[in-house]
Design a protein around this ligand. Structure first.
Ligand SMILES: NC(=O)c1ccc[n+]([C@@H]2O[C@H](COP(=O)([O-])OP(=O)(O)OC[C@H]3O[C@@H](n4cnc5c(N)ncnc54)[C@H](OP(=O)(O)O)[C@@H]3O)[C@@H](O)[C@H]2O)c1
Length: 246
């Protein structure tokens, strides 16, 4: 986005990382960056009041709801979802998107232009056993986005639901990239080229091909894929733990 000469407001939890990212972005792309520290793991009124007052003075035309958190392991609900994670995941994955949209949409409507990109997941397109709560929160993101696109599409506001399969990011312990597991920058480049063209997309051709097959497959085939994914993830985690021990 900075490469497209858009000024950025970066919101995240870690002030150090925010400062570093803002500095690097400004130096490389000569755009203005503003940083705001926020933790979305609860819905304290003061958090959204603070964000509202910090963002009020900007003409924001593009909102990317990207924050998200997942389970540490692919397993049954009672094993991989401790009590504290239930509330955190609901707040981070769903509440943040709904509240940020509520905050910024009126300004976009007044200017009659705006883009909202909501990062859902392919695991939100169908029920996803062993990632049950994560899949359900991402389904919320997908349904909410598709409904808003219908409500506001006629007002020059584009709402996009992005549904990638797995990406090589912190969320999956930076597993080695492959064609089906692209690094974030490859995925973002591809996904950005779909904005304004597709309102609901996997955002990346190999994922679209996989999705076209899996979305038409019986649920037992999707379950088999999750089991395979679970097996590969647990092998990867064991290897990672052994490397860290050495
Ligand atoms: N990786 C995948 O396989 C995959 C697949 C499909 C969809 N997605 C979705 O893609 C989005 C980005 O995830 P990622 O893969 O890039 O993982 P990531 O590297 O773990 O990024 C998660 C982002 O969410 C932010 N975040 C998490 N908890 C937060 C909190 N309590 N308050 C504020 N910010 C918080 C993180 O900010 P900090 O810098 O503060 O940590 C980070 O920017 C997520 O919505 C995820 O569900 C990921």
């Amino acid at each position: 986005m900075a490469a497209k000469k858009l000024n950025l407001i970066l919101i995240s939890r870690d002030p150090g990382l925010l400062m570093e990212l803002a500095r690097d972005t400004t130096n490389e792309f000569h755009v203005r960056t503003v940083t705001v520290q926020a933790d979305f793991s609860s819905d304290k009124k003061s958090l959204y009041d603070m964000l509202d007052s910090r963002l009020q003075c900007f003409d924001i035309v593009l909102l990317v709801n990207n924050v998200g958190t997942s389970h540490d392991t692919i397993d049954r609900f009672h094993v991989n979802t401790p009590d504290s994670l239930v509330s955190r995941m609901i707040h981070v994955n769903m509440m943040s998107m709904a509240k940020m949209t509520q905050m910024l949409l009126p300004g976009m409507l007044a200017r009659r232009r705006g883009v909202i990109i909501n990062v859902s997941s392919a695991f939100g397109r169908n029920p996803t056993p062993y990632l049950a709560l994560y899949g359900a929160t991402k389904s919320f993101v997908d349904f909410f986005s598709r409904a808003l696109q219908k409500e506001y599409g006629g007002y020059q506001i584009a709402v996009q639901s992005l549904t990638p399969y797995t990406l090589s990011t912190n969320m999956v312990k930076n597993a080695p990239p492959t064609t089906l597991l692209p690094p974030a920058d490859t995925y973002v480049c591809s996904a950005l080229s779909t904005v304004g063209i597709a309102s609901r997309t996997h955002g990346y051709l190999p994922h679209s091909i996989l999705g076209a097959i899996l979305d038409r497959s019986p649920s037992c085939v999707r379950l088999l894929c999750i089991k395979l994914f679970q097996y590969r993830a647990s092998k990867f985690m064991t290897r990672l733990q052994l490397q860290q021990r050495d």
